[in-house]
Design a protein around this ligand. Structure first.
Ligand code: FRU
Length: 497
């Protein structure tokens, strides 16, 4: 057996041994992708291949902590029900001996290629003692992957102000006759930037340019870049590490967002505008996108943050993916929307219209921990209003979503959410015709709030007790719940191979 096959088999064994016990944990997510057991970070290789969506992820299959990175793998026909597949990549060669780091996928001649970063430690200092090269693996069946003998396909960093060691996370796409890839990097004195390369065959790569580079408060390293064309713009999506908090912005350890511009494919330079966040919650990092057979640009991200407390680690798992979101551009900004396919999970509709609300109120049938809530609230002349989720009977647990009209901010407060980290996050939100529309997805230990049709999104993990399932509306002054629809979400089809 090849070394790589052996390493994959060892990883699969480890997962299989742990998964049954892990599945019993009440925080396990039911319609979000996570590994059957152990650690997960960035989405990788998100692609549409042979009529199915493939989603890989950074994965440590031997513990619930980050470790030598493998690629976990799941696939889906509808981005809603996922089937777990065997581990796709495991460290096995000299050039990736300490990890198969993040990367992407592309179809060529009917085969699925993965382009990833081979990672090696060269000493004890994890900031400086590392070597990163770019590699390829290929599959004919979309399940079993073989590393190419040409690996690594990109080795030495180009000359110039390019840090030679931190060079990772290739995202590959085709434009005209060339394949292009964008790679995360920083300058020698710690300014985030991305590099662009091109190739005719995926094997021989030519460095084109530094496509974009940070200025001002824009992080010391840009990870997980992604470039794609959307509604007349070239989008660079990336994850800058270490931006300083500014006002209500950038309070997570690292950020993920985008700039809109135009990429000059000859020079490899991207002219672009300002940076915007893709999500205003606590747990959203390293988003990656793909395009499907309907021409939809779909994005998924890691629903966690580096160095966060992850209470599920106690139960031998950690981390998950966000809901896949369709990206569109409206008025010069990206809007993120849940895909219509998620509606397949809907069960047991509870509905209300024109409910006048003053003070506090619960609504019969509106409760739970795995649900979709679509609510439009007319703010009337209230100064503040919102709702509390995952409320316990003892009132010691609650996750609060509140709108402050004078401030113009929606706030997500997880100070009393249960275990794990606390704090608040804010997103600037304007009422539309004096109304606020929220579409909220909850899944056992996660919450995703799509505001006003996806103009803003707030994503977070929360770790309440299983019995904390109450929902309570509140208003200072009077508001009217113009419409409310709540469904339990039931996923009956998750399978493991
Ligand atoms: C981003 C990241 C990537 C790297 C991977 C390692 O979260 O740090 O830059 O490839 O995670 O797991």
């Amino acid at each position: 057996m090849l070394r790589h096959e052996q390493a994959v088999e060892t990883a699969n064994k480890s997962i299989n041994q742990a998964k049954e016990e892990v599945s019993l944990n009440h925080w396990r997510l039911t319609y979000h992708v996570s590994s059957p057991a152990y650690w997960v970070n960035d989405p990788n290789g998100f692609s549409f291949y042979n009529g199915e969506y493939h989603l890989f992820y950074q994965h440590h299959p031997f513990s619930a902590e980050w470790g030598p990175m493998h690629w976990g793998h799941a696939k889906s026909k509808d981005l809603t029900s996922w089937e777990h597949l065997p581990v796709a990549l495991a460290p096995s060669e000299e050039y990736d001996k300490d990890g198969c780091f993040s990367g992407s996928a592309i179809e060529k001649d009917g085969k699925l290629y993965l382009m990833y970063t081979g990672h090696k430690w060269t000493g004890d200092n994890h900031d400086t003692d590392l070597e990163q090269v770019q590699c390829l693996a290929v599959s004919e069946d979309g399940v079993n992957f073989e590393k190419l003998s040409n690996n690594p396909v990109i080795t030495n960093a180009p000359v110039g102000d390019i840090h030679p060691n931190h060079i990772r996370d290739p995202k590959v796409w085709k434009h005209g006759e060339y394949y292009y890839c964008v790679i995360g990097n920083k300058t020698k004195d710690e300014v985030g930037q991305v590099l662009i390369y091109r190739s005719l065959d995926l094997l021989e790569w030519e460095f084109l340019n530094i496509a974009a580079k940070g200025e001002g408060n824009f992080g010391f390293m840009w990870e997980c870049p992604d470039i794609f064309h959307l509604d007349g713009h070239d989008v660079l999506m990336m994850s800058p590490q270490g931006m300083e908090p500014e006002n209500y912005l950038y309070h997570n350890l690292h950020q993920s967002g985008y700039v809109l511009g135009q990429l000059d494919y000859e020079s490899g330079k991207l002219g672009h505008g300002s940076f915007y966040l893709l999500d205003y919650g606590f747990d959203f990092y390293a988003p990656q996108s793909t395009i499907d057979d309907q021409g939809r640009r779909v994005m998924v991200a890691w629903m966690a943050m580096w160095e966060s407390e992850m209470p599920e680690q106690e139960y031998n798992w950690a981390g998950a993916m966000t809901l896949p979101r369709q990206l569109i551009i409206e008025d010069g900004q990206i809007i993120s929307k849940p895909l219509p396919e998620v509606e397949k999970l809907r069960n047991d509709l509870t509905q209300y219209e024109d409910v006048l609300l003053e003070g506090k109120q619960e609504l019969e049938g509106v409760l739970g921990d795995c649900l979709e809530l679509d609510v439009t609230i007319d703010a009337k002349d209230a100064s503040q209003f919102g709702l509390k989720l995952r409320v316990s009977e003892e009132q010691d647990e609650e996750t609060v979503v509140s709108y402050d009209r004078a401030e113009g901010f929606l706030t997500l407060d997880r100070n009393k959410s249960g275990k794990g980290l606390d704090g608040i996050r804010k997103a600037p939100v304007e009422l539309k015709d004096n109304q606020l529309q929220l579409r909220i997805f909850m899944d056992k230990s996660s919450i995703e709030i799509f505001v006003n049709g996806g103009e803003k999104v707030m994503t977070s993990r929360i770790y309440p007790r299983e019995s904390s399932t109450g929902i309570e509306f509140f208003a200072e002054g009077a508001v009217s719940i113009t419409s409310l629809r709540k469904w339990s979400l039931v996923n009956s089809t998750e399978k493991t191979r």
